[in-house]
Design a binder for this molecule. Structure first.
Ligand SMILES: [Zn+2]
Length: 160
């Protein structure tokens, strides 16, 4: 069954892509029963029987299932992220922007005034800032090492 279409099983003998940073690789640490990423330094415990991986340094832990080629079914252990959160996040970005946009549309500024650009700018700023807050929450939630990730990407772009 091994090596069927290059699919492989999760085992303590091999190296796998890191499900957190997608830059590093995780492998079993010498003399220990945990796996660690050499790039973002997160630590994982593997359940070889169920082909699952769990973050060991985060509460509640994120979990993944190994499908033979990649990590799938990312979820928080014992926590369901329902549609409510997704809808809430979309509403948080869309509603204020729409409200301001409607106001600007209904009461357009006098075109000759020096600040006539401001309402449109303000609408755009509202959208960008609210989107930024959501992005920040998601990054914090996933514990994504954004700085390290960007640094790595930048280093790969620069000639050595
Ligand atoms: Zn990593």
């Amino acid at each position: 069954m091994q090596d069927f279409n290059n699919a492989r099983y999760l085992s303590d003998q091999e190296v796998y892509p890191c499900p957190i940073c997608a830059v590093g690789e995780i492998s079993t640490m010498p003399l220990m029963e945990v796996m660690a990423c050499q790039f973002c330094r997160h630590i994982f415990t593997a359940d070889y029987e169920n082909q699952q991986l769990q973050m060991a340094d985060r509460q509640p832990p994120l979990m993944w299932r190994w499908n033979g080629k990649s990590w799938s079914e990312r979820r928080l252990k014992d926590v369901e992220i329902g549609w409510g959160y997704t809808l809430g996040a979309i509403a948080f970005v869309v509603l204020p922007t729409t409200l301001i946009g409607i106001t600007v549309y209904a009461r357009p500024p006098v075109a000759s005034s020096p600040l006539s650009w401001f309402p449109v700018f303000w609408t755009g700023l509202t959208f960008v800032l609210h989107l930024g807050i959501i992005a920040q929450l998601v990054i914090e939630f996933l514990d994504f090492p954004l700085g390290a990730y960007l640094q790595q990407k930048l280093q790969n772009l620069l000639p050595r």
